[in-house]
Design a protein around this ligand. Structure first.
Ligand SMILES: C[S@@+](CC[C@H](N)C(=O)[O-])C[C@H]1O[C@@H](n2cnc3c(N)ncnc32)[C@H](O)[C@@H]1O
Length: 245
């Protein structure tokens, strides 16, 4: 961590209300962003050398900040094709942008990756973005991630990885929906409740759902090795994979 502020205080300061609401609604999503940052911090690179990170789906900057906190010498290119989200990140994280540690790209993930040279990025990091992609688009993105990584480079993604056990996955998701109702009805945020439920239908649809075993097979198919799914908590998990040396 580059800040002496406690982790959550640092986020509350920079990301404000968004972070507080996400912590309430989806504490596991907040934890996954933290774990993505920790994983980036463990990437072996000599201290003085700049670590080049590409982030897919930066959103309002919660995961971006976690990555920025990972190490002093780094540069993050944060990609998000939704200006409403990315503009908040630009606002929240302008200090890092001014320091030259952070740049933004407003293209979609596939277009942005296609524009990058091969073997030019140490780490591609993401949280809660790839599960939004249609399966065929996601497979193309994964192939591009592999191409842009240096030999030994790392892909890390904290995301919704659907359980292979479909019944258990459904029950877990139902419990998640109950939680949204409990929290958002009490907070009288029915518009947000509608948004989350509508979005969930997309996440769970057959052409989007990122089922654990298939997702890991997709990584292996393009050449990734040391593929590891860890930190599973309900439908959330952390996936890491390396481009071989
Ligand atoms: C759920 S948010 C996650 C934000 C942040 N990583 C976090 O965990 O708080 C997903 C983000 O991915 C972005 N996104 C979705 N599809 C995308 C695509 N094809 N290319 C780039 N960004 C995309 C959305 O605009 C959104 O900001």
């Amino acid at each position: 961590m580059t800040s002496t502020a406690p982790y959550h205080a640092m986020f509350s300061g920079a990301i404000g209300k968004d972070y507080e609401m996400l912590k309430l609604l989806s504490p596991l999503a907040v934890e996954m962003s933290r774990l993505v940052g920790v994983t980036v911090s463990e990437f072996p690179k000599p201290p003085g050398q700049t670590l080049h990170v590409v982030e897919l789906g930066g959103g309002t900057g919660i995961t971006t900040l976690s990555i920025l906190a990972a190490r002093e010498a780094l540069h993050v290119l944060s990609i998000d094709n939704e200006p409403v989200m990315q503009n908040q990140a630009k606002q929240n994280l302008q200090v890092w942008q001014q320091q030259g540690k952070l740049a933004f790209c407003g293209d979609d993930a596939l277009t942005a990756l296609q524009a990058l040279p091969s073997a030019s990025v140490d780490v591609v990091a993401s949280a809660y973005t790839l599960h939004n992609f249609p399966n065929t688009y996601r497979q193309q993105v994964i192939a591009e991630i592999f191409r842009v990584l240096v030999l030994g480079g790392l892909f890390v993604n904290g995301d919704r990885y659907a359980l292979d056990d479909v019944d258990l996955h459904t029950r877990t998701t139902q419990a998640e929906v109950s939680g949204y109702f409990r929290i958002l009805v009490a907070a009288n945020k029915l518009d947000l409740l509608e948004h989350w439920i509508v979005h969930l239908f997309s996440d769970e649809s057959a052409n989007h759902i990122m089922r654990e075993t298939l997702a890991l097979e997709d990584l292996a198919a393009v050449g990734f090795t040391s593929i590891c799914l860890s930190q599973r908590c309900q439908v959330n998990a952390l996936v890491t994979a390396h481009k071989p040396h």
